[in-house]
Design a protein around this ligand. Structure first.
Ligand code: LRH
Ligand code: MN
Length: 395
């Protein structure tokens, strides 16, 4: 039976834990080799808000949904009133605004790093639209992933492209309004396979710093080479006051976008420990977001499972006796320190988390509640014909 102290620490942690859902996580996605269409997948922004609201109602931890501009606001700023109506209807707010600078044909050789000043201008225009949309929706973050890069040595000037990116990111930063931030996401490769212009945390950090004080770094857990110590990067970014947020997912090999904690839950625990070891002010600045694509798992089910797993891993990290650990670390009492640290990870917090849910008027078992709600069957009936029409061909 958990002591009151343990229970209080877990409950306090869960009361403050929020994680944002990606609208695209509810839509039919796939790999370049295939897309397995699900009858209940969301194809409209209304359906994405409805699914996000369902996940929030079951978990109590996901009141915002991240939007990808060209996928969710194809009309740009003109779509803002419709989004605001959906926010009211479903009780979930728009979260981070994600520009799309990776799908238009003109961005074949890059967007903000493209040799063509005209194309860089078009990319800047899209970023400024995204800032405008964020301001109109009252969202804090414009979260940008730049897919730019090249596939063959010698085919692009890496140095010139750095300068071009700085110009565009500086102009974007200048347009940010009160309370707005821009998050710079890095990724080592894909879709570019020789060089990627923003490939690691150092490049993202320097570009953010040069853009200005409202620019921070976004850590997508799937965007690291094998063997990279991600929590060390997190510690550095916290130390530098440059950590803006996370895209959580999991991977065995590359940017697999699998569900959080499905491959390496201890990794997420170690990241949460670095966050919880930071001061409260720092913690408040850090946006927790999910960025996954559910090709095989049911999309709403996978999202509920992900939020529940994140809550449980955050609760475990909250159980680390940090003052004791600091003592043991200071005295280099290695095994005791490791047992103090890892011991929290071994703790089964699920009974305490269930109690917390009941105390907060939430279903004790969100996944079971989802199944019993018949929600997935309902949306599958409603959306099947729409999804049956979508076809995918690689070549
Ligand atoms: C790129 C990425 C980025 C999103 C996309 C859906 O791999 O992580 O954050 O724009 O996934
Ligand atoms: Mn991402």
């Amino acid at each position: 039976m958990a002591t009151n102290a343990v229970r209080d620490r877990v409950w306090t942690a869960l009361d403050g834990f929020r994680i944002e859902l990606p609208s695209w996580g509810f839509a039919n996605t796939g790999t370049r080799f295939g897309k397995f269409v699900q009858g209940g997948a969301a194809t409209t922004i209304e359906e994405k808000f409805a699914d996000a609201a369902q996940v929030n109602a079951l978990t109590g931890a996901s009141p915002t949904v991240a939007l990808h501009v060209l996928w969710d606001l194809p009309g740009g700023k003109a779509d803002v009133p419709a989004i605001q109506a959906l926010e009211k209807k479903f009780g979930v707010k728009s979260g981070s605004i994600n520009p799309n600078l990776f799908q238009d044909a003109e961005y074949k050789y890059g967007s903000i790093a493209n040799p063509s000043a005209e194309i860089r201008g078009n990319a800047l225009a899209h970023l400024l639209d995204s800032v405008e949309i964020g301001r109109a929706l009252g969202s804090q973050d414009v979260s940008m992933w730049i897919a730019d890069g090249s596939n063959y040595p010698g085919t692009q000037s890496i140095r010139k492209r750095i300068g071009w990116m700085e110009e565009v990111l500086g102009a974007t930063h200048a347009a940010l309004g009160e309370g707005q931030r821009m998050l710079v996401e890095y990724k080592p490769f894909e879709p570019a396979f020789y060089h990627t212009d923003i490939a690691d945390w150092g490049m993202a950090l320097e570009l953010a710093r040069r853009a200005g004080p409202k620019a921070k770094v976004l850590v997508d857990t799937g965007h690291h080479y094998q063997g990279t110590n991600i929590e060390q990067i997190v510690a550095w970014l916290l130390h530098l006051g440059a950590l803006g947020g996370f895209h959580f997912n999991d991977r065995k090999y590359a940017d697999d976008d699998l569900t959080l904690g499905s491959i390496d839950p201890y990794q997420v625990f170690r990241i949460f420990h670095e966050i919880l070891s930071a001061g409260n002010d720092d913690q408040a600045q850090i946006a927790f977001m999910i960025d996954q694509s559910h090709n095989l798992k049911g999309k709403v089910e996978a999202m509920v499972q992900t939020v529940v797993t994140a809550q449980e891993l955050y609760a475990k990290a909250a159980l680390v006796d940090r003052p004791r650990l600091a003592e043991l670390q200071q005295e280099c009492r290695l095994v005791e320190a490791e047992e103090c640290f890892r011991g929290a990870f071994w703790q089964d917090v699920r009974p305490i988390v269930r109690e917390w849910r009941e105390a907060r008027g939430l279903p004790p078992e969100p996944l079971k509640a989802l199944r019993e709600s018949g929600y997935v069957e309902k949306i599958t009936r409603e959306r099947n014909s729409q999804n049956a029409r979508s076809e995918f061909r690689y070549a």
